[in-house]
Design a protein around this ligand. Structure first.
Ligand code: MN
Length: 262
C-alpha cells in the first residue's frame, strides 16, 4: 500500500510539472487494473497442440533469416562473412495451415519457405545456451510465405522487409508437438513438396544457429516470454507457387502439414 501511495504521489506531482506528458503514465496505471476497452480487444492468436484441446497462445513471431548455408548462398549471401539474422512477423500472421493460404495482394511472386517452429513456455534475457531448451514447450511446422518481388525491391533500396515478409496470413502453421511427447527436435529430415514433387530436402542439424544458439542470441536482443515462437529458417531450393498449388511440408517426428494456395 505504501508503495502504491508513493507511486500515485509521484504521478500526481508529474502532472503538475509535465502536464500532458504524463497522461501515458496514467493510462498504463489504469491498464494494470481492470480495464474497459473502447473497442473489442483483438482475438487471441493461437496454435493447435497435438493430443489436447488446449491451444498455444502466440505472443511474438521471431523468424531466422538465412539459417542454412545453402539457402544463404542461393539468396546471394556469403555465410562465411554474414551470420544469420532475425526479423519479425505480426502474431496474427500465424494461421492454421488447414485453412489454406490465400494468394496475397500486390505480389506476383509468392515464395514458400518450409521451416520448423519452436514455441516457448517461458523466457528471459541473456538466456544461456545450456539453459535454452528448458524454455521450449513444443515444436511444429510452419511456412514463411514471402512476397519475393517486394523483397527484391526492398533489398535494392535497403528498406525493411516488412511488406515482403510480414503480411496477413504469412505464417500458415501446423499443430504443435510438445517436448513432453516428442522430445527436442535438433536433427532430422525437413522437406517440402509442391503438388507432390519434393523441392526442399535437408536436415535440422544443418541450421547455422542451432536452437539453443538462436534462443541465446535472440534473448540478448529481446526479452523473450511465454508464447513467443521462433521460425527457424528455411533450407535451400525456395521457389514460387501459384493459386491452386498444394504444399506439403514435413519434419521428422512432427508429421507434415498441407497448405493449399487459394
Ligand atoms: Mn524464412
Amino acid at each position: 500500500m505504501q508503495k502504491l501511495n508513493t507511486t500515485r504521489r509521484h504521478f500526481l506531482a508529474g502532472i503538475a510539472v509535465a502536464g500532458a506528458g504524463t497522461v501515458a503514465s496514467e493510462l498504463s496505471l489504469a491498464a494494470t487494473q481492470e480495464a474497459a476497452y473502447a473497442i473489442d480487444p483483438p482475438p487471441t492468436t493461437s496454435m493447435a497442440i497435438v493430443g489436447t484441446d488446449e491451444r498455444f497462445p502466440v505472443r511474438r513471431v521471431f523468424c531466422l533469416g538465412r539459417n542454412y548455408r545453402a539457402h544463404a548462398f542461393e539468396s546471394g549471401d556469403d555465410p562465411d562473412v554474414n551470420p544469420p539474422f532475425f526479423f519479425i512477423k505480426p502474431r496474427d500472421a500465424v494461421v492454421d495451415a488447414s485453412l489454406g493460404h490465400p494468394y496475397p495482394q500486390i505480389t506476383r511472386a509468392l515464395r514458400y519457405e518450409g521451416e520448423m517452429v519452436v514455441a516457448l513456455k517461458s523466457g528471459g534475457v541473456n538466456i544461456s545456451e545450456s539453459e535454452a531448451l528448458e524454455h521450449v514447450f513444443a515444436y511444429g511446422i510452419g511456412l514463411d510465405m514471402t512476397r519475393e518481388d517486394l523483397q527484391e525491391v526492398a533489398q535494392e533500396l535497403s528498406r525493411p522487409w516488412a511488406i515482403s515478409k510480414s503480411f496477413d496470413n504469412s505464417a500458415p502453421c501446423g499443430p504443435l508437438y510438445t517436448v513432453a511427447d516428442v522430445g527436442h527436435r535438433l536433427n532430422g529430415r525437413i522437406w517440402l513438396s509442391v503438388n507432390g514433387e519434393v523441392r526442399q530436402d535437408s536436415d535440422l542439424s544443418l541450421m547455422r544457429w542451432s536452437i539453443p544458439e538462436a534462443i541465446n542470441i535472440l534473448s540478448s536482443h529481446y526479452e523473450l516470454k511465454a508464447g513467443d515462437i521462433i521460425m527457424t529458417g528455411t533450407p535451400e531450393n525456395v521457389d514460387l507457387v501459384e493459386k491452386g498449388d498444394l504444399i506439403n511440408c514435413g519434419v521428422e517426428g512432427l508429421g507434415e502439414i498441407e497448405v493449399l494456395i487459394t
